[in-house]
Every structure is written in structure tokens, then in C-alpha cells.
Design a protein around this ligand. Structure first.
Ligand SMILES: CC(C)(COP(=O)(O)OP(=O)(O)OC[C@H]1O[C@@H](n2cnc3c(N)ncnc32)[C@H](O)[C@@H]1OP(=O)(O)O)[C@@H](O)C(=O)NCCC(=O)NCCS
Length: 153
């Protein structure tokens, strides 16, 4: 789990490329610039790379007030899907010690996912996420989202 601020420009460019090519609700260049300018110090990145290629990444925003991570995006290159890459990245976040937590307080990870994204919902449920809320018209095209929460030990 690396702070986004410590990631090289080269990797960040590859992450943005994966996002814009393969995510339905991707961020345009201005949204990425805005995020990198304003949120980079609280953001964490996990990624899978081989040589110069990045095949998968997961981007999180940390909230120190309640020991939570917001999973903003997870993407795997289509040629590498079904190999466990996304699950492995999310599992690493679940096991990370990104916050110094008082005894007995687990790390929470929450996310929103399109109600139509059955593959992603299945991945999250297999990793212990539970459905917490149905959010109508969450996305820019008016489609609905599920909010899901993982509550660590
Ligand atoms: C959702 C997503 C990140 C999963 O990535 P992944 O690296 O393929 O995930 P995993 O390999 O860990 O798990 C994929 C599951 O899909 C299934 N799967 C198998 N082969 C697959 C394939 N060729 N393509 C897609 N899914 C496949 C498997 O059932 C697997 O579940 P399993 O662990 O029970 O076998 C990926 O499909 C993706 O990038 N989708 C587009 C972006 C997106 O929707 N992101 C989530 C919302 S932010």
C-alpha cells in the first residue's frame, strides 16, 4: 500500500490510461488533475505490474477520523481478468496497517459499485464486503449504485 504522492509520474500515467480505457465511469483529464492536486496526500495506490506494464490497480482515499478507506477505483486490464489480480489488491488493502488503530478497531473499507456490475459485486462479496445501501441515480448517466462495506477485525 503506497501513498499516491510517492508514486512515479510514469506509473500514474499508466494508471490514468487504464482508468480511461477500461472503466465505465472513468475520470477525464481534468478530474484526474483535480484529484492529484487536492487528494494525493490522503490517497493510496496498489498496483500489479510486469516490467513496464501496469495490469491492474486499486485506488483508495483514506479518512483518518474513522479509520476508513474509500475504494474509489479498481481496474484490471481485460487480458488479465479472472486471474485474481483485483482480489489480491483488495486483500492487500484489507491486511494493510495503513492506519495506526486502537486495539479492537478494525479497518473499514467502503465503496460504491454499479448495481449492474455483477462481476465486481461478486468479487467484493467474496472478500467479505456487505451491501449497506442502495443509492439511486448515483452515476452521471442516472444509474444506481450499491454501497458496500468491509469491516475488518
Ligand atoms: C471487476 C474487475 C476489477 C475484477 O478484476 P479481476 O482481476 O478480473 O478480478 P479477479 O480475478 O480477482 O476476480 C474476477 C472474478 O471474475 C470471474 N472471471 C473469471 N474469468 C474472468 C474473465 N476472463 N473476465 C472477467 N471475470 C472473470 C471469476 O469468477 C473471478 O471470480 P473467482 O475469484 O470466483 O474466480 C474487472 O472485471 C474490471 O476491471 N472491470 C472493469 C472495471 C470495473 O468494473 N471495476 C469495478 C468498479 S470500480
Amino acid at each position: 500500500m503506497q501513498k499516491l504522492s510517492s508514486i512515479s509520474q510514469e506509473i500514474i500515467h499508466k494508471i490514468i490510461e487504464l482508468d480511461q480505457k477500461f472503466l465505465n465511469y472513468f475520470w477525464n483529464d481534468n478530474q484526474w488533475i483535480d484529484f492529484l492536486t487536492n487528494n494525493s496526500k490522503d490517497a493510496y495506490l496498489l498496483y500489479n505490474a510486469e516490467g513496464q506494464e501496469v495490469y491492474s490497480f486499486a485506488l483508495f482515499l483514506g479518512n483518518y477520523a474513522d479509520n476508513s478507506l474509500h475504494l474509489l477505483k479498481v481496474v484490471t486490464h481485460p487480458l488479465k481478468r479472472g486471474e485474481g489480480m483485483a482480489s489480491q489488491l483488495i486483500k492487500a488493502a484489507q491486511e494493510s496497517d495503513v492506519f495506526k488503530r486502537p486495539m479492537g478497531q478494525g479497518l473499514k473499507i467502503f465503496l460504491e459499485v454499479s448495481t449492474m456490475n455483477f462481476t465486481a459485486i461478486k468479487v467484493y462479496e467474496e472478500l467479505g464486503f456487505e451491501r449497506t445501501r442502495y443509492i439511486k441515480k448515483f452515476y452521471s448517466d442516472g444509474s444506481d449504485a450499491l454501497e458496500m462495506l468491509y469491516q475488518g477485525e
